[in-house]
Design a protein around this ligand. Structure first.
Ligand SMILES: C[S@@+](CC[C@H](N)C(=O)[O-])C[C@H]1O[C@@H](n2cnc3c(N)ncnc32)[C@H](O)[C@@H]1O
Length: 252
């Protein structure tokens, strides 16, 4: 039997790591790395920094790196392209488990933020376990999500008293603010979707590169700050070659 630890490492700051995650890092014999895109170097550096800080000096471990399959960026069918990407990732993970791990070993997968939020690692490892081709078991170790980092850095609670909060993507938000929901935390928005609501009475709490030295925070009435966020976002994306931003929209 081989063991996989799916470890949430927090969304940017190397201090966003739990004691449980540190213990998990020290249980792993090897780590699978599979980053892609323009942010690859920074994401890889954060993972290495976390391992350097938290793995005990005498604990032997190795890194196994595989190229991440890429997704069509303008697909006709978004859902089908994500399914295809995940099948390709499953094949890569399965090959690493089969070829790079010995029976009885434990491998760690370091997942940005928390593995339960807009991340397919759990689904992919579960699919490999369910296929029966590899004898594996897995555990999930939670991390600090981008949404938690956003709320903490702005010093706000996520919900109004006893009210719900929607966790959604820019793509879904583009369909409109759902009835009965006054607060929405938005991830994965490549299109500045918040601008569609700038004529409404809405507040925004926006954060980019949260927990990193490049962090940018802007908040206020959306109609007052939408243009500034749009400009700062475009400038930062241009300068760094990539951007990760999250925001809370709240109807006033
Ligand atoms: C694929 S999702 C992964 C979410 C992650 N599992 C989590 O728990 O936060 C990637 C999205 O998370 C958000 N995100 C992750 N890290 C962030 C950060 N440091 N600053 C701002 N947004 C971040 C962005 O919306 C980005 O598009």
């Amino acid at each position: 039997m081989k063991k996989i630890l799916i470890i949430g490492i927090g969304a940017g700051d190397p201090d966003y790591i739990t004691v449980q995650a540190v213990k998990a890092l020290n249980r792993a014999d090897l780590f699978f790395l599979m980053d892609k895109g323009p942010a690859k170097t920074k994401l890889r550096a954060l993972r290495e920094e976390i391992c350097r800080r938290h793995i005990a000096p005498g604990h032997p471990h190795r890194f196994v790196e595989a190229p991440s399959p890429s997704r069509d960026t303008a697909p006709a069918d978004y859902r089908a392209s994500v399914d295809e990407l995940n099948e390709a990732k499953q094949a890569v993970f399965e090959a690493m488990i089969r070829d790079e791990m010995n029976d009885g070993e434990t491998a760690g997968i370091l997942v940005w933020g928390d593995p339960m939020l807009y991340d397919s690692t759990i689904r992919n490892i579960e699919a490999i376990a369910a296929s029966g081709r590899q004898s594996i078991s897995y555990e999930v170790i939670p991390g600090i999500t981008a949404v938690q980092a956003l709320a903490a850095r702005h010093g706000i609670p996520l919900n109004r008293i006893a009210e719900p909060v929607l966790l959604t993507t820019g793509r879904k938000l583009a369909e409109g603010f759902p009835d009965g929901i006054d607060s929405a935390a938005v991830l994965l928005d490549g299109e500045d979707t918040y601008r569609r609501f700038a004529d409404q009475d809405v507040e925004i709490y926006w954060g980019a590169y949260l927990g990193t030295p490049d962090e940018i925070l802007i908040s206020g009435r959306l109609k007052d700050v939408a243009d500034e966020i749009h400009r700062r976002r475009a400038e930062a994306r241009q300068k760094n070659g990539w951007i990760m931003d999250t925001y809370l929209l709240r109807r006033r």
